[in-house]
Unconditional design. Structure first.
Length: 146
């Protein structure tokens, strides 16, 4: 499963969790290991200028779940303006919300490759946002907090 946020022209962002950054790491009742919860994400940005792909450990399990919550809130008309994460690879911004759809900007920047980030602007109908959030949450069931 992949999170797909695409407009009718096919511009947008796709995110896929490939696995944990440290598959052998685990938290125990005695010691919480925050490194156990970093997820490697493959991100694809499609714009009129082309396609950019980044694969990095850029979300924690809780941040990934927070993205699903944010998408649902935006779909329900109660989303907050922006969503950022510990790593600057991904960022989401709600530009406008009206008429049952949301205008979003998604920024994708490789932390290991300096340069201008790719920003994708797209308008997504609320039902599509809800479906994307549900698909993403389902995808994350394979990657619980450890």
């Amino acid at each position: 499963m992949t999170l797909r946020l695409l407009d009718p022209a096919g511009h947008g962002v796709e995110l896929t969790v490939l696995g944990y950054e440290f598959p052998a790491a685990a938290s125990t009742a005695e010691a919480y290991d925050p490194d156990a919860n970093w997820l490697v994400v493959h991100a694809v940005a499609r714009t009129g200028d082309g396609v950019r792909e980044v694969t990095e450990p850029c979300l924690t399990t809780s941040e990934a779940r927070g993205l699903a919550d944010w998408l649902r809130a935006v779909a329900d008309g109660r989303g907050w303006a922006s969503l950022t994460f510990t790593e600057p690879t991904l960022a989401f911004r709600l530009s406008r919300q009206a008429g049952g759809s949301a205008a979003l900007e998604v920024r994708l920047r490789a932390t290991h490759s300096p340069g201008v980030p790719t920003t994708v602007g797209l308008v997504v109908p609320s039902p599509d946002l809800r479906a994307a959030a549900d698909a993403w949450a389902h995808h994350l069931l394979d990657h619980p907090e450890r």
